[in-house]
Design a protein around this ligand. Structure first.
Ligand code: ZN
Length: 131
């Protein structure tokens, strides 16, 4: 059983922020900023491709609700919603989870590095993806 399934089962304690039939949200124990929340499906799925449309809808609605709560109740100016999908994308726990990371201006968190497309490369990618 993965560590998040153990939290769902009550075998590992967590600071639960929200819970319903399908969704559990709890504080990340090593927050970027206080109030950093993880939102997970109660049913174990590893990646976004594996989650059902119904559960995904439930998850993202709770992400929206709790993101709003960080702004309204904790006075954060904004937040990032982040889903690390697969180990290559820094997914550390193999159980789907959205991070809601509250942000403070000047906190030094940067986005990802960016590059330019080579000539024709973007069109080639569209041919692969846009079907
Ligand atoms: Zn799990």
């Amino acid at each position: 059983m993965c560590v998040f399934c153990k939290i769902v089962a009550g075998e590992i304690p967590a600071y639960k922020v929200y819970e319903d039939e399908k969704v559990l949200a709890f504080l990340d124990i090593k927050p970027v900023h206080p109030g950093h929340i993880l939102v997970i499906p109660k049913q174990h799925v590893a990646t976004l491709e594996a989650v059902s449309p119904e559960t995904l809808q439930a998850l993202i609605l709770i992400v929206k609700k709790l993101g709003g709560a960080l702004k309204e109740k904790m006075n954060y100016e904004g937040y990032n919603v982040c889903l690390n999908n697969d180990p290559v994308a820094n997914q550390e726990i193999p159980h789907l989870h959205f991070h809601i990371i509250p942000r403070v201006s000047g906190d030094g968190l940067k986005g990802w590095p960016q590059q330019e497309y080579a000539a024709g490369e973007a069109e080639e990618i569209l041919n692969k993806l846009k079907r």
